[in-house]
Design a protein. Structure first.
Length: 420
């Protein structure tokens, strides 16, 4: 019988957080194994071909910047990725109450549209666009904290310099994870290995996977969303604060449909590719072209309650709905909208290892209570993930920073002394 592997640290989850933690553990000379439930590394980074003609589109995390997201930008430089500045040139369109307006690339129109009622409208838009939930589904304090972690409202909502949506990656953001994984011994990354139980005892931790494999370590770094903790049986049980976190955080609804065209017809008509729908099954769109690869696309975001309604439609109904919205909006300003050569969808809610995105949200009262313990270790289990980051939580930057912090925490706890 083959003995169960015994290492210094088991990392659960091969998203950006877990991979970065493993890279740093490896640098510290610690032995490790990474267990990933999915059949690939990368977590909520997922890049796929746009069409047969070439070029990639991102179905998950899409943007970084080169100023206040230093870790992601440093990785992009290290991996020699080609970064693309998000297009902001041209007019944008807003559709509300059945009427379409061409507007400058800004939100000044909103105050005229809604008057004194603009406050609640904007809060709900932010809740949906950032986290995929309605404003009444999360703590106002949590939303403020989330925005603060993104260096403020101006930056977290911006597509310009310093903004959360400033730079895209021609090579696709999944390549960040793939490149991190190449720094590790691939034999130590176990795909299709969902963890079902973690037992902590006097001699360390025993981790059991769904397939029946067992692994032993002194420490565990858990890199999965708090709302997915219930998928794992912990022995002994976590403290009440961790249980409350697991039971009171949830992932919002977030999905994309990407329309791929033969040419960037909206650019030719001096439009930015940005549509904002106040009352539709599409919440907003962005130009996601890569001209160097002749990849011309607009990405539609379906978020919050409207997104949930959209997801309940059949595949054909979803595509028909998207095209109707496009025709309703652009039909008033463009003579003819060509048919897309491809429509690509990704519904993160239906992925069993993610169940939504981009980051778990906290309900009222949680942040000032159990939420304070989100980064606290439980005996020999240490917790990372983008939602645990102080800066840019919910973003790839937050994921990388949490991985760095988690690895440092574990390395210091082990005093840098691997097993002999």
């Amino acid at each position: 019988m083959i003995p169960s592997p015994f290492v210094d640290v088991i990392v659960v989850g091969a998203g950006l957080s877990g991979l970065q933690a493993a890279v740093d553990l490896d640098k510290a000379g610690l032995s490790y194994i990474v267990l990933e439930a999915n059949d690939r590394v990368g977590g909520k980074t997922l890049s796929v071909p746009a069409a047969t003609g070439g070029g990639l589109v991102d179905l998950g995390a899409a943007w970084i910047n080169d100023s206040n997201q230093r870790e992601m930008y440093a990785l992009a430089q290290e991996f020699d990725f080609n970064l693309i500045v998000q297009r902001t040139e041209g007019l944008s369109l807003d559709q509300s109450n059945g009427t379409t307006h061409a507007i400058p690339y800004a939100l000044e129109f909103a105050s005229e549209e809604f008057g004194e009622g603009i406050g609640p409208v904007l809060v709900n838009m932010l809740s949906r666009d950032l986290l995929g939930v309605e404003a009444d589904e999360l703590s106002a304090l949590f939303l403020i904290n989330y925005i603060k972690s993104g260096t403020g409202l101006a930056n977290i909502s911006s597509d310009s310099k310093d903004g959360g949506q400033y730079l895209r990656n021609r090579q696709g953001n999944e390549m960040f994870a793939v490149k991190l994984a190449t720094k590790l011994d691939r034999k130590k990354i176990k795909l299709n290995s969902p963890v079902v139980k973690i037992i902590q005892g006097k001699k360390g931790c025993t981790i059991k996977t769904k397939s029946g494999h067992k692994y032993h370590s002194k420490k565990v770094i858990l890199s999965i969303p708090t709302s997915l903790y219930p998928k794992i049986d912990f022995e002994p049980h976590p403290p009440p604060t961790k249980k409350e976190l697991a039971g009171s955080t949830e992932l919002g609804y977030y999905s994309k449909s990407i329309l791929v065209f033969d040419e960037p017809w909206w650019r030719n008509a001096n439009f930015s590719g940005v549509l904002t729908f106040m009352d539709g099954l599409i919440s907003f769109t962005r130009d996601t072209c890569v001209p160097e690869d002749k990849q011309y696309s607009i990405t539609c975001f379906h978020v919050g309650q409207p997104g949930r309604r959209w997801s309940q439609l059949s595949e054909q109904e979803r595509k028909d709905t998207v095209m109707k919205k496009f025709n309703d909006a652009f039909g008033t300003v463009v003579d003819k909208i060509p048919e897309p050569i491809n429509i690509i969808e990704k519904d993160w809610l239906n992925d069993p290892w993610f169940l939504g995105g981009p980051s778990p949200v906290m309900k009222p009262g949680l942040l000032t209570g159990a939420g304070k313990s989100i980064r606290d270790p439980f005996k020999n289990i240490h917790f990372i993930g983008t939602e645990t980051s102080i800066v840019w939580k919910g973003y790839m930057e937050g994921a990388i920073r949490s991985g760095i912090c988690g690895a440092l925490e574990v390395t210091e706890a082990l005093d840098g002394s691997p097993y002999l």
